[in-house]
Design a protein around this ligand. Structure first.
Ligand SMILES: NC(=O)c1ccc[n+]([C@@H]2O[C@H](COP(=O)([O-])OP(=O)(O)OC[C@H]3O[C@@H](n4cnc5c(N)ncnc54)[C@H](OP(=O)(O)O)[C@@H]3O)[C@@H](O)[C@H]2O)c1
Length: 304
């Protein structure tokens, strides 16, 4: 665990960046929340590598502005950028988004479950009445992935081994979630906390568990499912026949912290935090590695 935390502060050099990324022509990616923060930086690298990138987001204004900026920054790209309307906090919208994608595409190479909210007040609910963090970070991505599974399975049939991937943005903060990641009640429902912080940790632990379950389900279908770092989960996975892989998006200076209410001791706390925050492109390099690195294969990682 020490290594995980220390790597969040003294980050290693990213192996893949916009400078050496391989050509992604012909591949179709979907990045949820690709209009800002880490997702935006990731879209930039992929678009620059000639990929077709669906930026799935809830605000047309924000996504279209992001697309405008990316097109202006990389005029030479042979790829494409498309807005896919999606509100993860509304399960109906998830279904409509998948139908829209399927109308326009016969393949989806990589789904990046990147969008998320952090520490929203416990009183704020998703459209279907769930805690907003659980709704946005867990239930929405779960439904999205489940509905996109058929198109990804078809893509994987003719794709190179382990090239079709589902990635889940987790967080090192899952180390702070309850034992096992999530506490379930007798009926099998997750027990949520009264504190918005714990609910964020739980939602991110849930991303790992979903990655694990989805990995098990689809490893024979040539689809690699990846979430982020958790040492205990990693050890657990070592004893199973699924696909463990660890990465932590990082401590990144993005809009994610907008709902944080930190104790302010003078201005010391924000200043200390800013010392360990990195530009969002480093999170994108992490996500990029998970998405396309040939180092990561189902065969190599299964049971590793
Ligand atoms: N920043 C970090 O240090 C860090 C560390 C570990 C993990 N992560 C994870 O990395 C991921 C990306 O976060 P970020 O740091 O890049 O934060 P960010 O800049 O706030 O980006 C979050 C994205 O999620 C989108 N989103 C939120 N609610 C949504 C909904 N209901 N439907 C569709 N999209 C929605 C946002 O769209 P709007 O613009 O419409 O709000 C935004 O584009 C998150 O899952 C986060 O938990 C971040």
């Amino acid at each position: 665990m020490g290594k995980s935390w220390s790597q969040s502060v003294w980050i290693p050099n990213p192996p893949i960046t916009e400078k050496n990324v391989s050509d992604q022509s012909g591949k179709v990616f979907m990045i949820t929340g690709g209009n800002s923060g880490v997702g935006f930086e990731l879209a930039k690298v992929l678009y620059g590598a000639n990929a077709k990138v669906y930026i799935a987001g809830r605000s047309g204004k924000c996504v279209l502005e992001a697309i405008r900026l990316l097109r202006a920054e990389i005029p030479s790209s042979g790829g494409d950028l498309v807005w896919l309307p999606l509100d993860l906090a509304d399960l109906t919208s998830v279904k409509i988004a998948v139908q829209e994608l399927e109308r326009n595409e016969t393949r989806l190479d990589v789904l990046w479950n990147n969008a998320g909210v952090m520490c929203t007040p416990v009183t704020v609910k998703s459209e279907q009445g769930y805690d907003l963090q659980m709704g946005t970070n867990v239930l929405g991505p779960y439904l999205l992935t489940t509905l996109l599974h058929p198109i990804m399975r078809n893509t994987a049939e003719t794709a190179l081994i382990s090239y079709v991937r589902v990635c889940w943005a987790s967080s090192i903060t899952i180390e702070l979630s309850p034992r096992g990641g999530i506490e379930f009640d007798a009926s099998g429902s997750p027990v949520l906390s009264n504190t918005k912080y714990t609910n964020y940790f739980v939602s991110k632990a849930a991303n790992n568990l979903l990655a694990w379950e989805f990995g098990k389900k689809c490893q024979k279908e040539n689809i690699l499912s990846i979430a982020s770092e958790n040492i205990s989960l990693f050890l657990m996975l070592q004893q199973s026949a699924c696909v463990p892989i660890a990465f932590n998006p990082g401590n990144l200076d993005t809009g994610l912290t907008r709902y944080l209410t930190l104790p302010i001791v003078g201005s010391i706390v924000p200043r200390l935090i800013s010392l360990v925050m990195w530009p969002p492109c480093y999170g994108a390099y992490d996500e990029l590695y998970a998405e396309i690195s040939p180092d990561l294969t189902i065969a190599k990682l299964t049971g590793a």
